[in-house]
Design a binder for this molecule. Structure first.
Ligand SMILES: [Fe+2]
Length: 366
């Protein structure tokens, strides 16, 4: 790798104590020509303390928020889906739309400076609110692999769907990142009377699935692995109840299954990250869970919700919501006697709009 690549400079700057050098680093990264090489993922023993995430990019709109996100100097960035609005069965069109994002200089600088792991949601899967019956799901998956540069040897390439998981950090400071695929296997949703949020109603059928059996079996194995913090990226919201729009609550048995699996595997440290909604909020479930199950939703990177007022959510644990451009930050302070994880939603200027600090020790099964 070129020793003056943005990713190299970022690594140098992380250990830098001089403000002048630090500033020079930022300028080198953001005023250099965007590089084409994606930053490498952290080593498996690297301690992660700052993870940035978000969702929903209109590939034809400017993305100035990527500059703000870069200023976080994240160890890792998670893209939770609707990373482009492909909405097509034509794979040439889908590729052209991915390439549009790929040509975005802000995106290229961000991607060459900081490692990114992605999953997809309906629009980059290829169809609004789509699931397993999307006829081009295999071809769409190939476009996802190509754009996100999934390595040839990755297990993701050897199975249907785009779900994946990785653990970073040494024992005592392990962060497990689980990225779910809520599209490839998802059964058709049940519709009811049109409501403001959307036409969907909860379906009690036990034969319908969100993840599909192979992904469920894989997820159980992942949750059984030891880790201190687990970030589960789900493109659509899990904790908030379905209010007409897409959410795990439309398949309530599947929603309960995930919560039950966390309980039965005794997986500690779980925090859910979601997107999709074009607003940001913090939810927390205290019912039938082994410990408070927090979910932080961040969306969109470059769109503004036209109504501005989010749907009712009885699990909302912070009355603040935010409907303009935003991203999420998970900051883990490993140096405290009782390490903490702080969940934040930030605006385009890096201002904190929603914030919650949690002791990791409070996210453990009894
Ligand atoms: Fe979506």
């Amino acid at each position: 790798m070129n020793r003056f690549s943005p990713a190299t400079v970022v690594r140098m700057m992380r250990g830098c104590s001089s403000p002048a050098l630090f500033l020079m680093g930022i300028m080198t990264v953001f005023f250099s020509s965007p590089a084409n090489t994606p930053a490498e993922l952290p080593d498996s023993n690297q301690v992660l303390s700052r993870i940035v995430f978000g969702s929903c990019i209109k590939q034809d709109l400017p993305t100035p928020i990527f500059y703000t996100m870069a200023g976080e100097f994240p160890d890792l960035i998670l893209f939770l889906g609707d990373n482009i609005y492909a909405d097509t069965e034509d794979m040439n069109e889908m590729r052209a739309k991915y390439d549009r994002l790929g040509a975005n200089a802000d995106f290229r600088r961000l991607r060459s400076s900081f490692p990114i792991i992605a999953t997809w949601d309906d629009h980059d899967f290829g169809i609004n609110d789509g699931g397993a019956d999307f006829p081009q799901r295999e071809a769409s998956e190939r476009e996802f692999m190509r754009f996100w540069d999934v390595p040839a040897q990755s297990p993701v390439r050897s199975r249907p769907g785009v779900y994946d998981a990785k653990i970073f950090g040494p024992e005592g400071q392990r962060v497990q990142v689980i990225m779910l695929d809520t599209r490839y296997f998802r059964s058709p949703l049940k519709t009811g009377k049109k409501r403001v949020g959307g036409p969907y109603v909860p379906d009690d059928s036990i034969n319908k699935t969100m993840l599909g059996e192979a992904q469920w079996a894989w997820l159980q194995q992942e949750l059984e692995k030891p880790a201190e913090v687990r970030l589960i990226g789900t493109s659509i919201q899990l904790v908030p109840e379905a209010r007409g729009q897409e959410a795990w609550g439309n398949l309530p048995h599947e929603r309960e299954r995930l919560i039950r699996m966390i309980k039965e595997t005794r997986a500690g440290g779980v925090v859910l990250l979601s997107g999709d909604r074009h607003w940001a909020e913090l939810s927390c479930c205290h019912e039938h869970v082994p410990y408070p199950l927090y979910e932080i939703t961040s969306s969109s990177f470059n769109q503004i919700h036209p109504r501005g007022t989010p749907t009712e959510n009885r699990f909302r644990s912070d009355e603040r919501t935010y409907h303009r451009e935003n991203y999420g930050v998970v900051h883990i302070d490993w140096n405290l006697p009782r390490p903490t994880v702080t969940l934040e939603v930030k605006d385009i200027e890096g201002g904190i709009r929603i914030e919650k600090k949690i002791n990791i020790s409070d996210l453990q099964p009894n």
